[in-house]
Design a protein around this ligand. Structure first.
Ligand code: ZN
Length: 297
């Protein structure tokens, strides 16, 4: 099953088009794309009912899609979750997953324009899991049952704010408005032959920057859910950005960052693509903080 957010209304998506959930359910389910996660099991059952299967189809204008889960209460993200990315970051292989947050105000839609606050914004394509059933103290072998579905995400990262000493600011550096594009759909885990092994990548204009498989994660989605939920509950509708493979701009020689007029294309096998045009914001190219020595040149 695939759901999406069309004009801030929850839709079911299939090969014939889309079903407006509130209309097709006669109001049983709200139009609010975020509200459905609190009733996820009930919704899955309804989506297989005649009311849903035989409902009138509407066309999907992809330019009007928003984030599949637009107002999560929590957004978790993990750093250094692919060995080649840890190596390009000059970091040791992590023993435990390094967790930070992306604040929910950074979410934007799959085709929305992203404003660059500086000339040091980097790309990080990521598989994003959306939680459907509250997870607290969940065992790894039970964790997939708590996942509503998977979507494509970009963990856009302003490297100056993120990395300037003395104390790294991962959460702020990754939370400028528009820094968390997600979409285009949420695909339930049963849509995949193996949801732990999906092709993932991104391109700048037509030049591929990252290309990998999610089976390369050091900490799988079940391990991440077990680790995080041992400490804090993960709530229905929360997002989990699962880390980026190698190929980020800051690790290239010479370094390369996102530039105005470029388009960032991001994909995950079996889910779809994000296509985010980039424009310069008022503080571009210098941004908010002075460039540290390590990033010069
Ligand atoms: Zn990331």
């Amino acid at each position: 099953m695939r759901t999406a957010n069309l004009d801030n209304r929850l839709i079911l998506v299939d090969d014939d088009g889309a079903v407006d959930v509130e209309k097709a359910s006669s109001g049983l389910f709200s139009a609010d794309p975020q509200a459905v996660f609190d009733r996820w099991k009930e919704f899955i059952a309804w989506a297989q009912s005649p009311a849903a299967l035989q409902a009138e189809r509407i066309p999907v204008d992809e330019s009007r899609l928003g984030p599949p889960a637009p107002r999560p209460r929590q957004v978790f993200a993990v750093g250094l979750n692919y060995a080649a990315h840890a190596a390009e970051s000059n970091a040791d292989m992590p023993t435990y997953p390094p967790i930070f947050t992306k604040f929910p105000t950074s979410l934007t839609g799959p085709n929305d324009t992203v404003t660059l606050p500086s000339a040091f914004v980097d790309w990080e394509v990521e598989l994003v899991a959306v939680i459907g059933i509250r997870a607290q103290g969940v065992r790894e072998e039970d964790a997939w049952r708590h996942v509503a579905g998977l979507t494509v995400g970009q963990d856009l990262s302003e490297r100056l704010v993120q990395l300037t000493p003395p104390s790294p600011q991962f959460s702020l550096g990754k939370s400028f408005p528009g820094f968390s594009p997600t979409g285009p759909v949420l695909a339930t885990p049963d849509e995949f032959d193996n949801p732990d092994d999906l092709a993932i990548g991104c391109a700048l204009n037509d030049e591929t920057m990252q290309a990998s498989r999610t089976s390369g994660m050091i900490f799988s989605i079940p391990r991440l859910i077990a680790w995080i939920s041992a400490i804090c509950p993960i709530l229905p509708g929360d997002l989990l950005f699962t880390g980026t493979p190698s190929g980020i701009g800051g690790a290239r020689n010479p370094r390369r960052f996102l530039a105005p007029t470029e388009e960032l294309h991001s994909w995950v096998e079996g889910i779809g693509s994000l296509r985010n045009p980039l424009v310069a914001g008022p503080t571009y190219p210098d941004g908010l903080v002075p460039m540290p020595e390590g990033l010069k040149g």
